[in-house]
Design a protein. Structure first.
Length: 436
């Protein structure tokens, strides 16, 4: 939500429904009980107090926050001196008309004004949980996820880091017939190489040094559900053949065990790497690739859907307001700046920028609060996206700072070592202070 610094009164002519057609307004609070009908003949006190006509249990809503009612021309909301303000479409107001489609904010709480008629219409299909965006490219991806959700074939999700591939995997699970079963996520890029087989297939007690008790592998834990293999391109080549056999036979044998166990699992995998190129270079098995990519979905980055950035920021602001117990507001200038900015880390980077700004600043967040480091290249700017800012200092300090930056961007020392084409042990030695 964005806001101006002072409350104003909106003197807009109300586009109120024609009473002769039986239309009215309702306030959609996103509750199971449905929208709250707004009666022009009745004043509704809105607040967090028990005595309020419409009680909203939210820490940013005042006891007597606002009132809503008709004035003979339409329905109007009036702020009652609340601490955190009343907002209409992101603008802080003292009084304002309510019309269909208006977003009403009470502190950090949000609701939507909707038209209501005598013949109720089915509610629009909402995005899966956590998936925010209405741009055509994003909605096209959601449509494909919904089509694939009811199928049993493996799905490969392709997209840049931070685009929400796990949310897409959860949507495939939650929208399909396996929704009642477990969803098990395994990050193949975060497992030490020697533990891959145990994590995926399990092990029996005494299978190796340190195996003091049996471990149930991810495939068995995901039985009759969905197994999400994130960063599948990080799977060591020797283990790829074993994974292929499990996918073909639908049976697993734990490390050190002899008894096979049947599994019923749908596999969804994801990668930010150009996996087709890895296959061509012989670094990823061709047969496993085709087994995992029976169906494929490209998850778009923010650069492909900049129009979704304000909606994402509004969603994150509501989450952070609930977490911090105070409103988190953005100015129009901040939203415009964010929309024109490039985010290599995509949604994760966008949320982190808002989190840092909201943690430091209490008032409305402008471009300087949201992006204190200054402007960056716009989303449409051509050129390499992997350029590094060179730190200043001694050669040793510069060298170590650059290596630390590569590790942060890669997500792990192992990935960074592969990117730099050096042994992991060498990179670890370079990162030690005494070797910097």
């Amino acid at each position: 939500m964005h806001a101006s610094s002072e409350a104003i009164t909106l003197h807009l002519h109300p586009r109120h429904p024609d009473p002769a057609r039986g239309l009215a307004l309702a306030l959609d609070l996103d509750r199971a009980s449905g929208p709250v009908v707004l009666d022009p003949a009745r004043l509704i006190l809105v607040g967090s107090a028990r005595s309020a006509d419409l009680r909203i249990d939210d820490p940013t809503v005042s006891a007597r926050h606002a009132r809503i009612g008709g004035d003979g021309h339409g329905i109007m909301v009036e702020d009652l001196g609340s601490t955190n303000g009343t907002y209409v479409d992101g603008v802080r107001v003292q009084r304002a008309w309510l019309t269909p489609g208006v977003r009403l904010g009470l502190g950090g709480f949000r609701a939507t004004v909707v038209a209501r008629d005598a013949s109720p219409r089915p509610r629009e299909r909402v995005n899966p949980s956590g998936m925010i965006g209405s741009s055509p490219v994003f909605q096209d991806m959601l449509a494909r996820l919904r089509k694939f959700a009811g199928l049993g074939q493996a799905v490969l999700l392709r997209g840049e880091t931070g685009t929400g591939k796990e949310l897409a995997a959860r949507a495939l699970h939650g929208e399909g017939p396996r929704a009642g079963g477990p969803f098990v996520a395994v990050n193949c890029g975060a497992i030490p190489e020697g533990l891959f087989e145990s994590e995926l297939f399990g092990h029996v007690r005494g299978a190796f040094t340190g195996a003091a008790r049996a471990h149930v592998g991810a495939f068995v834990r995901a039985h009759r559900g969905t197994l999400f293999l994130d960063e599948i391109a990080e799977l060591p080549f020797p283990l790829q053949a074993k994974l292929l056999r499990v996918l073909e036979t639908r049976r697993v044998v734990p490390v050190g065990g002899e008894q096979e166990q049947a599994i019923d699992v749908r596999v969804v995998s994801a990668t930010h790497q150009p996996i087709e190129r890895l296959v061509a270079e012989g670094r990823f098995r061709c047969d496993l690739y085709h087994r995992l990519s029976v169906l494929a979905v490209d998850v778009p980055g923010l650069g492909e859907r900049p129009d979704d950035i304000p909606e994402l920021l509004s969603h994150f602001a509501a989450e952070l307001a609930a977490e911090f117990g105070r409103p988190v507001q953005l100015t129009d200038e901040a939203l415009r700046a964010a929309r024109g900015r490039r985010f290599p880390g995509n949604i994760r980077e966008l949320r982190n920028a808002l989190l840092r700004a909201a943690a430091v600043h209490d008032g409305p967040l402008g471009p300087r609060e949201l992006f204190p480091a200054g402007p960056s290249a716009p989303a449409s700017t051509a050129g390499p996206t992997d350029a590094l800012a060179v730190p200043r200092g001694t050669y040793a300090a510069m060298h170590r700072s650059l290596l630390e930056l590569v590790v942060r961007e890669a997500g792990s020392i192992r990935k960074a070592a592969a990117r730099l084409d050096v042994p992991r042990s060498t990179l670890c030695a370079w990162l030690k202070p005494e070797a910097a």
